[in-house]
Design a protein around this ligand. Structure first.
Ligand SMILES: [Zn+2]
Length: 438
């Protein structure tokens, strides 16, 4: 039998569990076997942990550190790290921004897809993220057929838990869509590759490092038929569904003109108003739509920085969560955020909602819930997002001696209120990943 991997983090000044009781351990420790938590507590770690001597564990000292459950990023386009701060669209809104960038993205090749993904993963990990998704919808005519494979390879190289989505665009300008011909595929090709990617990579087991979802890009870049066929395929294979919805008022106008429906009605008409769906953005829902989404258990990936950068609007986070929709946090692609800093996204979310609703209108605890528990719910996972026995040992370790936290009183609040400092380490499945490199 292979030797079991034993890991112990100890002496954490503050260990935030996000369990049902929201326990926070002072002088905390957490032990894992083969990537899953076997024990957790306060004070000195015991000499024997679940039958194994303490000195058999690979140990990480977290003195003067705050430890959180690894943060979960629920929406990204990793290839966009190749087009950060793209000059011609620094001051544009979504539709003209997209129309200017599609031809630039059409020129990307395999090396850039690998490099783009690796940069995104490393930047996410450095900000405390241990699980991310990637909405990859760009398959240029001249690129290889295996772009998802390339991003999965980069995730393995980075050591991050990964939920690639096989995205798609099929409706080009000649069919009334937004993208040019050079970046869309025919629907048969898309569905065949969706099936291939699920078969090759999807692992539904607890502690899985790779799970696949299917993700037509948006109502303005695929056909209703592809939305329906994709849902059928996802349900046959028991994988989740993801798309952009209700990001801008332009999209509302587009859906009314083309489908004679608002985006949520369009979503329902193609069989997507369901708890196996999570949506990026979800800004322009009305009261009645929020009730329907909550009842159906649809989850939302809230992307505050991107929404501010493109001037798209503000997601009604509290209303959605109150109605029953989990709301995770996300950095979104790096052409509309220009960074993949997850901890910064928590801070942006906190501050943005306080502008609108006052200081009590978004609490530190709510933001932490979104970045962990609700993020896990978006991705359909019950084995990440909190620290307790039986969950994956995914941790974000922040050093309170970093200059940005010096003088801070409440160590957990400091992570959100002070300027974000890089994580000292992240731990993914009990494996330590130091974050000192560039
Ligand atoms: Zn997006």
């Amino acid at each position: 039998m292979a030797k079991q991997k034993l890991f112990l983090l100890e002496n954490a000044q503050t260990l935030v569990t996000m369990n049902a009781d929201r326990n926070i351990h002072t002088n905390g420790w957490v032990a894992a076997r083969d990537g899953m938590i076997i024990a957790i507590g306060s004070g000195p770690a015991p000499e024997k942990i679940e039958g194994d001597d303490r000195d058999q564990f690979t140990s990480l000292d977290a003195s003067n550190c705050v430890v959180l459950p690894g943060l979960v990023n629920t929406h990204h386009h990793l290839f966009q790290t190749r087009t950060r701060a793209y000059g011609p669209v620094t001051d544009q809104e979504l539709f003209p921004w997209l129309q200017a960038l599609y031809p630039v993205w059409a020129e990307l090749g395999d090396d850039q897809f690998y490099q783009g993904a690796l940069v995104g993963f490393k930047e996410l990990m450095r900000s405390g993220c241990t699980t991310t998704t990637d909405h990859h919808y760009l398959f240029p005519a001249d690129a290889s057929d295996n772009i998802i494979d390339i991003t999965v390879l980069a995730a393995r190289d980075a050591g991050i838990r990964f939920h690639p989505t096989r995205g798609s665009m099929s409706r080009s300008q000649k069919d009334g869509g937004l993208p040019p011909d050079s970046v869309v595929q025919d629907e048969e090709t898309i569905l065949a590759d969706c099936e291939r990617v699920i078969g090759k990579f999807h692992n539904p087991e607890p502690g899985s490092m790779v799970r696949v979802a299917l993700a037509p890009c948006s109502p303005f870049s695929v056909s209703p038929e592809l939305m329906q066929e994709t849902a059928n395929l996802a349900r046959k294979n028991q994988v989740r569904l993801h798309t952009h919805l209700s990001e801008t008022k332009d999209e509302d106008a587009y859906c009314l003109e083309i489908y004679n429906k608002r985006p949520v009605d369009f979503l329902e008409s193609v069989g997507w108003l369901s708890d196996d769906v999570w949506l990026a953005h979800g800004i322009w829902f009305n009261d009645e739509e929020i009730v329907r989404l909550g009842k159906a258990g649809v989850s939302i990936a809230h992307c505050p920085t991107s929404n501010m950068r493109l001037g798209s609007g503000v997601c009604r986070v509290r209303d959605l969560r109150g109605a029953g929709s989990p709301v995770g946090l996300a950095v979104d692609g790096s052409a509309s955020n220009d960074s993949s800093n997850m901890l910064a996204e928590l801070r942006q979310s906190l501050l943005l909602h306080r502008v609108i609703h006052g200081a009590a209108g978004m609490t530190i605890n709510e933001v932490l819930e979104m970045a962990t528990l609700d993020g896990a719910a978006c991705l359909g996972r019950t084995d990440i997002g909190c620290l307790e026995v039986g969950k994956a040992c995914d941790l974000a370790v922040f050093d309170l001696e970093a200059i940005g936290y010096d003088g801070a009183h409440d160590p957990v609040a400091a992570l959100l209120l002070c300027h974000p400092e890089p994580a000292r380490e992240v731990v993914v499945g009990g494996i330590v990943n130091k974050q000192q490199e560039r």
